[in-house]
Write a protein that binds this ligand. Structure first.
Ligand code: SF4
Length: 370
């Protein structure tokens, strides 16, 4: 598994060198430091590292982020979303998944860690205060990065878990493909923090999830997190249809759910592999041997290419059956599917994403907040 040890150079603003997050990175041994005072010098430094042959994921850029840290997941047009809220902590990832949306950012270089990220807690608290009392809010990190890949240095998870533990209706989810949870196990106040693992079959991890933790290590970390008192979630996304998919995915779900207390599994999501128009060429250029985009796929209501509907429904039903049997209190939901799929999958009639959000909230009130 790739870790912070794989970062070779750190670009930073000397005006921030005493900020705790920056100071912790600069104290790591064996890394080159490049002090840059403005955007032009950052660009020059990164161009130099690229010219020397560093990989984009070997350079860390520590810089302030001036955009919005916290917002509702934009979802996809005309599909049912769960109205999850996202925290934007970092841009880029140590890992290199073939199907990752980050592959579309061909010109960006370096892993960009936002140094003012902990300001987000104030934004979230203001948002919680503006919502009706008791409203359930699910928020998470990890849209353009892996939530925990270098969290032992950033300290983001520990800080946010402590701040959010004051709000019993806030579920803070930290989603990862790492096993990097050792630094979080002894935190005294966990609130309703959910440590979550994106899982796939061993075959697909080996083929498409370069640099991530092996399945055994992810499941071992989930076991430790559950024993330490965290709520747990699993995400089977993207599910990849290949020979033997059903037996392999069922076996992964069974292994994961056997490792934790099923009563502490808050939710499980399912999503078939999908990609936007134009992405196929990008994947094929970077990973010429991939078989992901060789499958028969068609554009859906949001323009994204997906497996044919009967195949997706079969995948989702097989997983739901397995999960319901082993963890009956876990809410199983689909990521980026239309209302018709929801009706066939669970008999649910969702007119909008608000209906799914309310269904999840109702479920969490019944199973967790009772
Ligand atoms: S772990 Fe997530 S963010 Fe990182 S490369 Fe894989 S899909 Fe992309």
């Amino acid at each position: 598994m790739k870790t912070i040890d794989d970062i070779r150079a750190i670009v930073y603003d000397p005006a921030e060198e005493r900020a705790p997050l920056v100071a912790r990175f600069l104290a790591l041994p064996g890394k080159r430091h490049l002090a840059c005072t403005d955007r032009e010098s950052v660009t020059r430094a990164l161009d130099g590292l690229r010219a020397e042959g560093l990989d984009s994921k070997e350079a860390l850029v520590l810089q302030r982020f001036m955009g919005r840290f916290f917002q509702k997941c934009p979802g996809s047009p005309r599909v049912i979303c769960c109205n999850y809220h996202l925290i934007n902590t970092c841009f880029n990832c140590l890992y290199d998944c073939a199907y990752c949306y980050l592959n579309t950012y061909l010109n960006s270089f370096g892993v960009v860690q936002f140094t003012n990220i902990l300001d987000v807690a104030d934004e979230i608290e203001a948002h919680v205060a503006a919502r009706p009392a008791g409203a359930v809010l699910r928020i998470g990190t990890g849209e353009f990065t892996d939530s925990l890949m270098m969290d032992e240095v950033t300290g983001i998870a520990a800080s946010l878990i402590a701040r959010m533990s004051r709000f019993p209706n806030v579920f803070l989810e930290l989603k990862t493909k790492s096993d990097n949870v050792g630094h979080l196990l002894a935190l005294p106040e966990k609130g309703n923090a959910v440590l979550a693992w994106t899982l796939n079959t061993e075959r697909n991890i080996a083929l498409y999830e370069n640099g991530t933790a092996a399945l055994d290590r992810r499941i071992g970390a989930a076991r430790a997190a559950c024993a330490a008192g965290y709520r747990i979630a699993f995400h089977f996304d993207p599910m990849i249809a290949g020979e033997g998919w059903e037996a392999e995915y069922r076996a992964v779900a069974a292994r994961a759910l056997a490792a934790v207390d099923p009563a502490r599994v808050a939710w499980v999501s399912l999503g078939g592999f999908r990609y936007a128009s134009g992405f196929r060429e990008i994947i094929r250029a970077r990973f010429p041997d991939e078989a992901l985009t060789r499958a028969e796929m068609f554009p859906g209501i949001d323009g994204k290419y997906r497996y044919l509907r009967p195949r997706r429904l079969a995948m989702y039903r097989a997983m739901r059956e397995c999960i319901n049997e082993l963890a009956p209190d876990a809410f199983v939901y689909l990521c980026m599917e239309g209302a018709d799929m929801w009706e066939d999958f669970a008999g649910a009639r969702y007119a909008s994403s608000d209906d799914l959000e309310e269904d999840i909230a109702r479920h969490l009130r019944r199973t967790v907040l009772r």
